[in-house]
Design a protein around this ligand. Structure first.
Ligand code: PEP
Ligand code: MG
Length: 593
């Protein structure tokens, strides 16, 4: 039966494919396709792993048998017996084999997929004892995964990024097996999890939790694949392997669609492809408004190897390199100076002489360092030790990053951007740290380059007291995602208050306009690098405020350029003033410029 689930539209487009349900804790399990010729080999790999777990449990049982009741209570042996039974269960093995044979999943992926199906059956059981066996099943899976890891699971030579052909109407009706797109469904995905999927097989994402500008949503947008977050119960309502449609524009997930709905969405997909190819014609057109104002369109990137795609999308530089993605999901092993230097250098070289704005690390809140460790220790992590606060609290880490960036700056034009500043003391300490990093490199006799220093304006206090920042920094970059979050007291990652997250709130518009006006008055460059910059419905408004530099996901650049080409800033300026002063900017915006 067709079912529609509503969530938040966070990344545009339509994806049609089969559901792959992944428990958040299992996201870092390798997902790749094997060659059809390797099916037997993969099944054997699984068999070997299973056999070694069986041996391990049998050995444990034996040693438990030799212990007295005090050292090894009777329950322990019983538990191990249950584990042995589960690991030898033919039905489970047959299920796992099915995913390998029919879908060409690698063993780890096949195992966790089957586990999700069984875990669900356990959840539905009336009998509490049986329901609790789910934990045993998970422990078994964990043991087998470890054994598989030992047996050399490895992505090389496989197809983590195999491109799927689009399914034809007939495919979808005939219920074919391999070679159809897959969409990922999880309760939650951290930004670090998302990085795992960046090179992956999935054509779209759905999560139960998350807000429009949560970092999970931001990474989905940067991957330019359809995504819906905040879909609340999606991971419970959708079953493994169901056909689903993700409508990333409307924020709707359609489960088990009828042929008529499929046809409609197939049409929509083709329309979007047409629109893309139409926009592609603007690639080499300079972004200049009708009244001759040049506008700088820059890219936001997460990893150094995103740079070539940014260039290809027509970006005239990187306006925001979120360096924290180099630090995440590494189980506490932070990248050292050399590794960071190489990463920044790669991004700089990737941009072929165009400027790269590297933001110092911004972890905390919805960007934990490690995807398995959520910050439960602090009540309000978004108001806690985040971004520059974190850097200043760990001077050795900050110094390492600053030295790496300065060294990389010898290879091209680099802007150094500091996130979440609010206090003059933080400005002072940042400048001292930068000087200390230069001094250290001088002492070492190591080459480094000049950097332009920028401050992110993303705390309302910083926007109000922007003069303080203009005095010490070469440029400003407005982080509207956080500016909105902190101005309106709305957790950007919380779907339950997502309806109150409003870029057009008069207070937000006034803070943005004030920052732009003050920077322009002092002849300093100002950019917007939050999600507002890539939202085409806001381009005219920002141009009217005097903004001439926008940094966004590369996929948005041409659509924003189209808006720029149609704009006349002379007319937009008085119109924008009216909108900003209005009690209902949304309504006022409908009036003509
Ligand atoms: C912002 O806050 O708008 C921003 C660009 O930074 P981030 O989204 O990484 O917090
Ligand atoms: Mg921010």
């Amino acid at each position: 039966m067709t079912l529609a689930i509503h969530g938040l539209a966070v990344s545009r487009g339509v994806a049609i494919g089969r559901a792959v349900l992944v428990a958040s804790s299992r996201v870092d399990v390798a997902h790749y396709f094997i060659d059809a010729a390797d099916i037997e080999k993969e099944i054997q790999r699984l068999r070997d792993a299973r056999d070694s777990v069986i041996d391990e449990i049998k050995r444990l049982l034996e040693s438990v048998g030799q212990m007295g009741p005090k050292e090894a209570p009777h329950e322990l042996a019983a538990l191990l017996e249950v584990h042995l039974m589960l690991v030898q269960d033919e039905e489970i093995s047959a299920g796992v084999k099915h995913w390998i044979q029919e879908r060409l999943y690698n063993a780890e992926w096949a195992l966790t997929t089957q586990l999700e199906i069984i875990a669900r059956q356990f959840d539905e059981m009336e009998d509490e004892y049986l329901r609790e066996r789910k934990a045993d099943l998970e422990q078994i899976a964990e043991r087998i995964l470890r054994a598989l890891h030992g047996a050399g699971s490895d992505l090389t030579g496989h197809h983590p990024a195999r491109t799927h052909r689009k399914p034809s109407q007939q495919d979808l009706l005939l219920d074919d097996t391999v070679d159809v797109p897959l969409v990922l469904i999880a309760h939650d995905l951290s930004p670090a999890d998302m990085l795992q999927f960046k090179q992956s097989v999935f054509a779209g994402f759905i999560t139960d939790v998350g807000g429009k500008t949560s970092h999970t949503a931001i990474v989905a947008r940067s991957m330019d694949i359809p995504a819906v977050v905040g879909a609340r119960t999606a991971s419970q309502l959708v079953r493994q392997d169901d056909w689903v449609i993700i409508d990333g524009d409307a924020g709707v997930v359609i489960v088990d669609p009828s042929p008529i709905i499929l046809a409609e969405y197939g049409f929509k997909q083709r329309q979007m492809e047409l629109e893309r190819s139409r926009l592609a014609r603007l690639l080499h057109t300079p972004a200049v408004t009708m009244d001759g104002e040049p506008v700088q369109l820059l890219a936001n990137i997460e990893m150094p190897d995103d740079a070539p795609a940014a260039l290809k999308a027509g970006a005239l530089g990187v306006g925001l390199f979120r360096s924290e993605f180099l630090f995440m999901g590494r189980q506490g092993q932070l990248p050292d100076e050399e590794e960071q230097y190489q990463a920044y250098k790669l991004a700089i070289e990737g941009m072929q002489g165009l400027p790269v704005t590297i933001r110092t690390v911004d972890v905390g809140a919805d960007k934990p360092l490690d995807h398995s460790v959520r910050d439960a220790a602090h009540l309000n992590p978004a108001l806690g030790l985040r971004a520059i606060r974190w850097s200043l609290a760990d001077p050795a880490m900050f110094q390492t990053q600053l030295r790496a960036i300065l060294r990389a700056a010898a290879h091209g034009k680099v802007n150094l951007l500091i996130p979440m500043l609010a206090h003059s003391g933080e400005i002072r300490q940042t400048l001292q740290n930068l000087q200390a990093a230069r001094d250290a490199l001088d002492r070492r006799g190591q080459a480094y380059g000049p950097v332009r220093l920028g401050a992110m304006i993303e705390i309302p206090a910083a926007a109000v007291a922007v003069g303080m920042f203009l005095k010490h920094f070469d440029f400003l970059s407005i982080g509207t995602n956080d500016l909105i979050q902190y101005t309106l007291a709305i957790d950007r990652a919380d779907e339950s208050v997502a309806h109150l997250y409003d870029p057009l709130h008069p207070a937000v518009l006034q803070l943005v306009a004030h920052t732009i006006a003050q920077a322009r008055a002092q002849g300093k460059e100002v950019c917007v690098c939050g999600e507002m910059a890539g939202d085409t419905s806001l381009t005219r408004m920002l141009l009217g405020m005097g903004l001439r530099s926008f940094s966004m996901h590369p996929a948005q650049i041409l659509a924003v350029k189209q808006e720029v080409l149609r704009a006349d800033t002379q007319k937009l300026a008085p119109w924008a003033q009216r909108v900003i002063a209005s009690e209902d900017p949304q309504r006022e915006m409908l009036g003509t410029a």
